[in-house]
Design a protein around this ligand. Structure first.
Ligand SMILES: C[S@@+](CC[C@H](N)C(=O)[O-])C[C@H]1O[C@@H](n2cnc3c(N)ncnc32)[C@H](O)[C@@H]1O
Length: 260
């Protein structure tokens, strides 16, 4: 091979390597900048208006469409209740859900409201830890201490809001630690999952893994308590939002994921 060809080859290779090095460095810098910008926003997950949550919340010239009408009970005096706007959101989504799963029953008011709005024949599975089984809670070593106590305090219920009401026929009450719960029989079948159980990192992570496995092809997952006051939930969802297109519903503490 003539010398000039050899030189040309060496020069071409060096130029290509330098170009690749510069492009990679630039790409890594941009990625770092994007991550830093995300971390510095006080609520980094993208906010959406109600009308972007579901077609039933479409806006008309007079306000929310009549399709957003729900059967509703306010949160007055209810332990760990959702806000009235959050109840409206979850009730609206329940209207098109054949199967619903709730992590964290508490008083059972939200399970009752979801059952009131879900179609005939719908099933609402709601899971809570029985107060006699608090010793079986499996907190992780770095789980938020305050919210370990909150989880135990809110597990005071053995009777529920819906009892004796027609909604009871739609509701399957499950008593279990959520980490011990076997989600396999519901795999791929649930249209709406509401995650509102223990608000500690290891639990919200485990509940989310189970939610994703139970979710149907067009299902929706909602997480409650996306706020700095629930730091394990807040930080976990901010991390998860780097992998999944999560949205934060405006004027609520709810984050939503829609599959499909
Ligand atoms: C914030 S409250 C739920 C409120 C309810 N979703 C509502 O909207 O009315 C949390 C519930 O999660 C339950 N819980 C906490 N840790 C749990 C665990 N490890 N497994 C199952 N349920 C748990 C508590 O007993 C309590 O009932």
């Amino acid at each position: 091979m003539p010398d000039w060809v050899m030189v040309l080859l060496v020069v071409t290779n060096v130029v290509t390597l330098v170009a690749l090095y510069l492009a990679t460095r630039r790409m890594l810098k941009l990625r770092r900048q994007k991550r830093r910008a995300f971390a510095f926003k006080s609520y980094p997950i993208r906010q959406v208006k109600l009308e972007e949550v579901d077609p039933c919340f479409a806006m008309t010239e007079h306000g929310p469409a009549p399709e957003s009408t729900v059967a509703f009970i306010g949160g007055e005096g209810v332990v760990a209740s959702l806000s009235d706007r959050e109840t409206w959101v979850i009730a609206g989504l329940a209207k098109s859900a054949g199967k619903i799963f709730e992590f964290g029953t508490c008083s059972g008011k939200t399970a009752h409201v979801m059952a009131l709005n879900a179609p005939d024949g719908a099933e609402i599975h709601t899971l809570t830890i029985h107060p006699d089984d608090l010793a079986s809670l499996q907190f992780g070593a770095s789980d938020d201490r305050l919210h370990r106590d909150v989880a135990a305090d809110e597990a005071a219920f053995t009777t529920f809001y819906y009892e004796g009401h027609p909604t009871e026929s739609k509701i399957h009450q499950i008593f279990s630690d959520s980490k011990a719960f076997d989600d396999a029989p519901l795999k791929g079948s649930v249209d709406l999952v509401f995650i509102d159980g223990a608000h500690t990192r290891s639990y919200v992570e485990s509940d989310t893994t189970k939610a994703m496995s139970m979710l149907s092809g067009h299902g929706v997952v909602l997480w409650h308590d996306y706020k700095p006051d629930a730091p394990d939930v807040f930080n976990y969802l901010n991390d998860l939002a780097r992998e999944l297109p999560l949205v934060h519903i405006k004027d609520t503490d709810i984050v939503m994921y829609r599959r499909g």
